[in-house]
Design a protein around this ligand. Structure first.
Ligand SMILES: [Zn+2]
Ligand SMILES: [Zn+2]
Length: 307
């Protein structure tokens, strides 16, 4: 169990969930990606994909005796990234331990933002009802999270200070980078590294001319880059209803970053709700002609980062 580094997609859709026959192959749930690194479970975002992810965690807990503990990293608090949280079953198990981290907003703490986003009657429950949640904490860009072997509780350290004791051997390290290319407060990108391998999560971001240079630096050499690719180039440049400035990328923008950063694999992510399986698989085929490591993220897809 200790040597696993697996990325598993539970929700890959942007904006709102789209169940139905036209999306059955790619999936209709909003963002949630599970990263299993050693004994630790990290969940990236709490869209509706976190609902089946939570059921799987409960099953593994019951059947295999795995600890019911996870670190939830929020890219930002737009509704499609937290709308599954009230239905995340482990949150109601008193013996479970959940640690929630997210971006520091300009004017308030993530705990405040989350509290305001989950207010009855607009939301069925409040943050306080999630009994397993131990910590809700904003991360600064100068901080990193360390997950040490044999310890569930994450250690947060300033990156310029010494790493915590015990981190030399088999620790998971999470770094953050703030992107300003998304409306309102921007988003956090995450880089999760374990035993010399790394995955980078970069959703809800709009490309720049020449590629997002800060992201290219951040993602350098990663084994997998998960990147926003919500719009086709035609939609992005539509003369009447252009999507410029909406805070999302095209597959071409994602490819440019992946190639400049020298990543091994690229997963297009945050698919537009209007894009059906046929269109997405066509996007994948076109991308693979230029970059064989490109795939369209779909529910149930797994990457073993040690292979
Ligand atoms: Zn989104
Ligand atoms: Zn967003």
């Amino acid at each position: 169990m200790g040597e696993r580094f697996v990325v598993r997609f539970w929700g890959v859709r942007g904006s709102y969930p789209v169940p139905g026959p036209a999306t059955v192959r790619v999936g209709g749930n909003t963002p949630c990606v599970e990263v299993e690194a050693g004994e630790h479970i990290i969940l990236l975002d709490g869209g509706t994909g976190i609902i089946p992810a939570g059921q799987a965690l409960l099953r593994r807990h019951r059947d295999q005796g795995r600890p019911l503990s996870a670190v939830i990293l929020l890219s930002h608090t737009h509704h499609d990234h937290i709308q599954g949280m009230p239905y995340f079953a482990p949150a109601y198990v008193p013996t479970a331990t959940l640690y929630v981290f997210g971006p520091r907003a300009v004017r308030e703490q993530i705990s405040e933002t989350l509290r305001r986003a989950m207010v009855p009657p607009n939301f069925p429950i409040s943050v306080e009802d999630l009994r397993a949640v131990r910590v809700v904490r904003a991360l600064a860009e100068t901080e990193a999270i360390w997950l040490l072997p044999g310890r569930q509780e994450p250690q947060v350290r300033n990156v310029f200070r010494d790493p915590p004791a015990g981190s030399e051997d088999g620790a998971v390290r999470v770094d953050v980078l703030k992107s300003y290319a998304h409306p309102q407060e921007g988003v956090y990108f995450y880089r999760i590294a374990y035993r010399g391998r790394a995955v980078v999560y970069a959703t809800d971001t709009e490309g720049y001319q020449g590629g997002d240079r800060r992201l290219i630096h951040f993602a350098r050499g990663a084994d997998l880059l998960i990147h926003d690719a919500q719009y086709t180039a035609e939609e992005y440049l539509d003369p009447v209803a252009s999507k410029q400035g909406w805070g999302h990328s095209t597959p071409e923008m994602a490819l440019e970053v992946a190639q400049a950063a020298g990543v091994r694999r690229l997963a297009f992510f945050h698919h537009d709700p209007a894009h059906d399986d046929a269109l997405l698989l066509d996007i994948e085929a076109q991308a693979q002609a230029k970059f064989p490591g490109a795939v369209v993220a779909r529910e149930g897809l797994e990457f073993d980062l040690f292979t």
